[in-house]
Design a protein around this ligand. Structure first.
Ligand SMILES: [Zn+2]
Ligand SMILES: [Zn+2]
Length: 263
């Protein structure tokens, strides 16, 4: 069984499934995907991701504000975030983090928001889902400062082994998406080979960045199968071994998620 550890189910392009989310989830289940973590990105979509987690027993969600979804000049309020986290199916915080690739001018605001999410993690004990791009040093600095007792995950990891190693040393997990299948992703394949087996997760980040051989199409949770198959090959492991291990890792990292027992 596989878990898609990061998908945006409220944003999927469902054309390939006749406009039906039920059909898209069924297609993923048919390819062995037993659980989905649906990720919040804004105050606006928090209600939607919670509704999906309430509707499907194999879907849990996170709530948070993506670094590129911050309203200019305004970090979210801690009270609001803690209120959202006070829901049994909100099993994680995020996605939060730093993205200087697209909005370097918003660095200060992103840092304030990231700190606030880390504070909520300190209060609630829930794990943080981190988005980081072109912001290695600051991401690591804030994670060190926060010194959370619980682990979190660097999702859709696209940095090099040095960054992965530093995050692993702080106790974080690394989640790989379909980007690892892209032709120019040699550095990422190096990361895929080196991450310890018990710290690796797989995800689609659907609807974004579909893996080869689906590149160019809108991404769907069912393609986490292709991501896992590719990573297993790179690591020289069997698909079954990688699936079982990453699912076990997900369960350990997100203890509140309703992942069904290993069979
Ligand atoms: Zn992200
Ligand atoms: Zn995402």
């Amino acid at each position: 069984m596989l878990v898609d550890s990061h998908c945006h189910l409220d944003r999927l392009d469902l054309a390939a499934h006749g406009g039906s989310l039920d059909a898209a989830l069924d297609a993923a289940r048919a390819r062995g995907v037993g659980h989905f973590l649906c990720i919040g990105v804004s105050a606006e979509n928090a209600a939607q991701v919670k509704a999906l987690a309430e509707r499907y027993p194999d879907v849990d969600c996170s709530v948070g504000i993506h670094p590129l979804d911050l309203a200019p000049g305004e970090a979210p309020a801690l009270d609001w975030l803690l209120g959202e986290l006070n829901h049994p199916q909100v099993v994680a915080i995020g996605e939060t983090g730093l993205d200087y690739h697209y909005e370097p001018e918003a660095a200060e605001l992103q840092q304030a928001s990231f700190r606030l999410h880390l504070e909520a993690a300190q209060v609630t004990g829930k794990p943080v889902v981190i988005h980081t791009r072109a912001a290695r040093a600051d991401t690591l600095t804030l994670l060190r400062e926060a010194a959370l007792p619980q682990a979190g995950v660097l999702h859709c990891f696209t940095e090099d082994w040095d960054m992965a190693k530093a995050a692993l040393d702080l106790g974080y997990y690394i989640s790989l998406s379909g980007i690892v299948t892209f032709r120019n992703a040699d550095a990422l394949r190096d990361v895929a080979r080196q991450v310890p087996a018990d710290r690796l997760l797989v995800e689609t980040d659907s609807p974004y960045l579909a893996p080869i051989p689906h590149r160019g199409k809108s991404n769907l949770p069912e393609y986490v199968h292709d991501v896992a198959q590719f990573i297993a090959l790179v690591r020289g492991e069997s698909f079954e071994q990688l699936s079982a291990q990453t699912t076990e890792n997900f369960r350990r990292l997100f203890p509140l998620a309703r992942v069904r027992a290993a069979s």
